[in-house]
Design a binder for this molecule. Structure first.
Ligand SMILES: Cc1cc2nc3c(=O)[nH]c(=O)nc-3n(C[C@H](O)[C@H](O)[C@H](O)COP(=O)(O)OP(=O)(O)OC[C@H]3O[C@@H](n4cnc5c(N)ncnc54)[C@H](O)[C@@H]3O)c2cc1C
Length: 471
């Protein structure tokens, strides 16, 4: 038995509640046996983009997508909706894949942001797409210049995707003077994430992709052809693409290549007049520069969705449904929101939810196939930055699944995991210690205290998340 999501989630994010209000359709589970060319396990962005790309390459390929829950029931229907490129991760890309590949991949991720908007327009998906950019800010003095080394690396390679802004402009754009400084990346966008996931699902159905929801993979039999066992039937396939992100521990070979950590979001009641008053009417994606990152944006109905990374660590790799439900850190998220937006003190928090993030040692996702098994593919580990990059991931996985040699299947991220974490229980114990040090360091910095040398040293062991760690 391999780990999996088990029974479906009963609790939904605000985004999914909204999306499902106008889209009640649910594909029936797999019943009996079926034969396809490619079986994709996981119906989030990665699985759906991969399925769609395969069909773009060759309409005759029979593709099935199975999901334990519904498509978008995982991180894809719960995230902050920041559609970011990989420019902020350029320094890490340089180290991992070298300059040429780093530039190519970062450009591909930038293109993906526009491509998602274009895809939505072409297919009539109203995912509230707004191409208003990303503000990467400092909300305490210690965070000032957190972007400097990334911008220097970019400049050395002849690119300048970020605009350096006067401090006053940053505060004005963010709608609060608590934003002390920042840089702006105009190519980023925001979406209502679940509407994007459900839109991809609709287009997948229109393209003739077979969809089975409420269908967890219980076991992957490594025969040839492969056999994906589910509760009521078996899918027989030449290729299997495991697109499970935080549930990727279903392949034991991947278990040490990532760890799972919660990201939590609180959402306010609609307050469009108050947003108007503080001048925050754009669709900007905003984040600060901590590792336990605060990320926030407005919604079409005038709410603020305020997220916080670096939450609860998973023990082991079988997360099941542990990351469903209301946020267990809602009070903490609300405290950070109140600190950054004191002018919105009367705006009530109405909802909270959480979801799992798969973090790799580099903060970059990994794609590839199992050793000696080119028929078993995987893509996971976006480390909190997967909405845009999963569109690139779909291209990589489609080329790998079809055996096409091109810039996607041969790119630097298609060579499998680039690092391993220690085995359990060491990973969990060490992770707790490092996380506590990061939290302590960042609380000290908020309070204007200098963190101790020990705390700083231990915190520096943390892998990068939505924004990279600078050492
Ligand atoms: C709270 C939160 C905020 C985030 N904010 C952002 C953001 O603002 N911007 C950004 O770029 N990224 C963000 N992310 C990350 C982003 O959401 C993910 O990188 C992205 O959604 C990953 O997509 P995926 O398809 O790979 O995985 P998922 O969407 O998690 O899909 C995996 C699917 O696999 C299914 N599954 C699990 N087990 C089984 C099984 N055994 N058999 C079959 N199916 C199974 C699940 O039900 C799920 O639908 C955030 C994530 C969270 C949780």
């Amino acid at each position: 038995m391999t780990p999996g999501a088990g029974p479906r989630a009963v609790f939904r994010s605000l985004w999914l509640d909204e999306a499902l209000a106008s889209d009640r359709g649910e594909a029936p589970p797999l019943w009996g046996d079926a034969r396809v060319d490619v079986c994709i396990v996981g119906g989030g962005y990665t699985g759906l983009w991969t399925a769609l790309r395969i069909k773009e390459h060759d309409r005759a390929v029979e593709v099935a997508v199975i999901d334990a829950d519904i498509c978008g029931g995982g991180a894809s229907g719960r995230n902050g909706g920041f559609v970011l490129s990989w420019w902020a991760k350029f320094s890490t890309l340089l180290k991992v894949v070298g300059a040429d590949e780093a530039l190519a991949l970062a450009r591909a991720a930038e293109d993906a942001v526009s491509e998602i908007g274009e895809f939505c327009r072409r297919h009539g998906i109203d995912a509230h797409y707004r191409h208003d950019g990303w503000l990467w800010t400092a909300t305490n003095p210690a965070q000032r210049g957190a972007w400097a080394s990334t911008l220097a690396d970019l400049a050395r390679h002849g690119v300048s995707p970020f605009r350096e802004l006067p401090d006053a402009d940053v505060a004005r754009m963010a709608g609060s003077p608590r934003h002390l400084a920042g840089v702006f990346e105009p190519t980023a966008a925001t979406v209502q994430p679940a509407l994007l996931a459900r839109g991809l699902r609709r287009v997948a159905l229109e393209r003739g992709i077979h969809l089975f929801e409420g269908t967890p993979m219980q076991a992957l039999e490594r025969a040839r052809p492969l056999r994906v066992r589910t509760p009521l039937g078996t899918l027989v396939a030449d290729k299997v693409v495991v697109a499970l992100d935080s549930w990727s521990g279903a392949l034991p070979e991947l278990r040490r290549a990532f760890f799972v950590v919660a990201s939590d979001i609180v959402a306010t009641e609609p307050a469009p007049e108050q947003l108007e008053k503080i001048g925050w009417t754009s669709g900007l994606a905003i984040s600060d520069s901590r590792l336990l990152v605060n990320y926030y944006r407005t919604t079409r109905d005038g709410r603020i969705a305020f997220g916080r990374g670096g939450g609860r660590l998973a023990r082991g790799s079988d997360i099941g449904r542990d990351y469903d439900g209301v946020s267990r850190r809602a009070a903490d998220g609300e405290a950070h929101f109140r600190r950054l937006y004191p002018q919105l003190e009367r705006v009530a928090i109405e909802r909270s939810w959480m979801g799992p993030i798969a973090r790799t040692t580099t903060g970059l996702p990994a794609f590839g196939h199992l050793r000696d098994r080119p028929d078993i593919l995987f893509g996971f580990g976006y480390s909190g930055n997967g909405v845009g990059p999963s569109c690139v991931g779909g291209r990589i996985l489609a080329s790998l699944a079809l055996g096409i040699r091109d810039e996607w299947s041969e790119c630097g991220l298609a060579r499998g995991p680039t690092g391993l974490f220690p085995p359990e229980p060491l990973r969990y114990v060490a992770g707790r210690i490092v996380r506590a040090a990061v939290a302590r360091k960042e609380a000290d910095e908020d309070a204007g205290r200098r963190p101790s040398a020990l705390v700083t040293r231990v915190a520096a062991l943390a892998p990068g998340g939505l924004v990279p760690v600078h050492r």
